[in-house]
Design a protein around this ligand. Structure first.
Ligand SMILES: [Zn+2]
Length: 165
């Protein structure tokens, strides 16, 4: 993959770790959301601007490793005028970057919740979804979104997996 199109969310401040300066973010693509890590602080303003302006962007010159998009000074980010899919609102409470000791994001997903029993609804490409728990048929657009994030954290030199909802 040479480039990706998406939206930038929750850009962290520039952080220092083992002589490395980096910042991270969530990148929303059409199909998924991934963690982006950039090791060039000179690009920080560009990413922050695209996040604040909610622009759809094209990113090129990156590598993908452990489900993260890794970028350095060669990364190119350009704003797109044409948008092929919509930007989602992602709660800033999911700002994984506020945690200084995140080792990696293991799982990030978004799902719809049943209006009646609050259980997770199956993913569907259609407009109507049937709850497998209570059987209620409902419009997908009427259901609220829930986010689920699983991250590997270092705390007191012990690695733990933490789940955020
Ligand atoms: Zn239900």
């Amino acid at each position: 993959m040479n480039n990706l199109t998406g939206y930038i969310h929750n850009v962290s401040p520039v952080k220092h770790s083992n002589k490395t300066r980096y910042f991270d973010m969530l990148i929303q693509t059409e199909a998924t959301k991934v963690r982006g890590v950039c090791f060039s602080s000179s690009k920080h303003l560009d990413f922050e601007r695209c996040s604040k302006q909610k622009s759809s962007v094209k990113i090129s010159n990156f590598t993908i490793k452990s489900d993260s998009v890794l970028m350095n000074a060669r990364v190119q980010i350009e704003e797109l005028k044409e948008v092929t899919f919509l930007r989602e609102e992602i709660p800033s409470t999911l700002n994984i970057s506020m945690l200084s000791n995140v080792l990696g994001v293991q799982n990030f997903m978004c799902y719809r919740q049943c209006c009646k029993c609050n259980k997770k609804l199956p993913a569907t490409p259609g407009n109507v979804v049937k709850c497998e728990t209570c059987g209620l048929r409902q419009k997908v657009s009427a259901c609220s979104s829930q986010y689920h994030l699983q991250a590997l954290l270092r705390h007191d030199d012990i690695n733990t997996t933490v789940t955020f909802f």
